[in-house]
Design a protein around this ligand. Sequence first.
Ligand code: HEM
Length: 468
Amino acid sequence: KLPPGPFNLPVIGCLHMLGSLPHISLHKLSQKYGDVMYLKLGTRSTVIISSGRAAREIVKLHNLKFASKVPLISGKYFGNDYSGIAFSQYTPEVKFYRKIINTHLLSPTKLKIYDGIRHEEQRRLARSLSDERGNPVLLRQKLHNMNMNVITYMLFGKRFCGHYNNTVNVDGFVQVIVDILRLAGVFNVSDYIPGIRWLDVQGLEKQYKHLMDRVNRHLLSILQDRRVNPPVFTSEEPIAFIDVLISMEEKLSDITIISLLLDLLLGAVDTSALLLEWAMAELFRHPVELSRAQIQIDAVVGKEKLVDESDILKLPYIDAIVKETMRLRSVAPLSLPKQVQGGPIKLSGYTIPNGTTIYINSYSIGIDERFWKDPLEFQPQRFFDLPDVDVFGHNFNFLPFGTGRRVCPGAKLGFDAVQIGLATLVQGFDWKLDAPGNMNMDQTFGLVCHKSQPLVAIPVPRLDSHIY
Ligand code: HEM
């Protein structure tokens, strides 16, 4: 017994219904057909999960059978033949790679070691905005650079973006990362109608290949250079993650090493920057919330120093604004699809056959009115009444970082980056809009959904200049 769903056309199934914002189209369909909905995307049997209850059921009862990603064509390129983690099935190797990352890069102890670099990047951001006082600033670019520098320092022991005022990023590397994420989010018709793959009707494979040639060349040359010129380890400098990977080279091929590095760059650079941009856009539309947040920061931190990570626990308003932004502006609403493996599963009374593609729509879950009151309103205070709702995949009514075995390994780093970034922008500056009026909140779909019109705003420093 399959779950209910819309009528499937021959060959294309329901592909034509996805439109330019598939998470919203699928949400609308789920309101008609239910939280567990069956449809065909091309020839691919697909189930869409649109409620926390059903997400909980699949993770609690079928964690292992629901842990593999669908081997998409984009993943073949961007994952170098599925040799990293983000695009791969759930194999013992992937389990091992996740463990290496969790232990040697993203454990609480390791993250603590990088406090200093995060703080320095936050300061650089504040200083560069203060230098540009009174001028319109393209916020997204600065936020990308900040995130890029933090993650490249953790991965390679050096910052990639040297000057915040310089509009050219090193080798356009940020742009390549962003382009990969945009392309990885495009539904490639050949994944769903394999018979026409040779035509590459959307011209996607050509673009995947072009981007990956660049990325692989770049990462491989960093890796080779690192081998030829190994760093001198000192007690002050933390060991970069690339050196940890090199030290495991009997177990990790070069291709695996660069694929893991790429997975981490893809995960870290765009997500937090775009969330922060959405959060600022929401605050510009809700100036009362902005001034409440400012009042709280002034009361807790004062104006004699820049807010730092140790203050964040005392700033529940910032915490609530970030969560509310993640709920309403889910940046990775469908993430990469999973595939049932190891036999059929029972879900909500239906039988889902082995091999079925599964999407959890975290956008639907975030605006489910059975759990969220006035779900389309931006109301950060709602989180004061929901102290147990965390973001890390344990509360199934709120899954901004996914859930289960493939939950985002960088969730803590990403969440903290958005919190401290937001607190800095709110404490450090009053903001004017370059083009006042109704803010355009249109979004563009991708693996990471972003604001279609980048936010341009004018920072007006609120603190004495020596503080920045
Ligand atoms: C606010 C920022 C972030 C958001 C919203 C976010 C969101 C997500 C989501 C929704 C997934 C898919 C989970 C699933 O399939 O169930 C994911 C996976 C992943 N994320 Fe993040 N992420 C963020 C930050 C980061 C950071 C900072 C890193 C790395 C340092 C990272 C690395 C990854 C990786 C490697 C995966 C793939 C995991 C796997 O396939 O096993 N993410 N992320």
